[in-house]
Design a protein around this ligand. Sequence first.
Ligand code: SF4
Length: 144
Amino acid sequence: MRFCATMRRPASSNRVLICPVKLRRVASGLIIVEKYSGVVPCSIDDLLDLPGVGKETAKCIMGEIYNIPTIVIDTRMVRIMKLLGLTRSNDPKKIASDIMGAFEKKVWLKLSHLINDHGRAICAERAPDCKACVINKLCPSSYV
Ligand code: SF4
């Protein structure tokens, strides 16, 4: 089977090309329907057994669906928390602990999403737009 960016059937072929990400989503959906009667499992271990679900995704699902307070530590979160001076560590557990100590539990997941969006829109890895950043006065790494 060949993989491509989207699911489609080329005009010159009878074969359907399936995106691996979509394939994993479909597989996960089928497992949830068949094994869990359509209910997303409320366990990190069960979620990790689903195709395409990693630890941070599992934590995000637990937070979004089951309101379990959680911090999602992805590369963007690590980078921006360091820029903001909220952690110095490279160890995800220590970084999570530093963030959990600095923010209330109720905002952890929302903070994860906000930092992720901020990293995409303003604080890009190669060219952070500190002039446009709403927290540039608080950020020790700001060039403004
Ligand atoms: S001030 Fe600059 S470095 Fe700091 S968070 Fe904003 S964009 Fe990133």
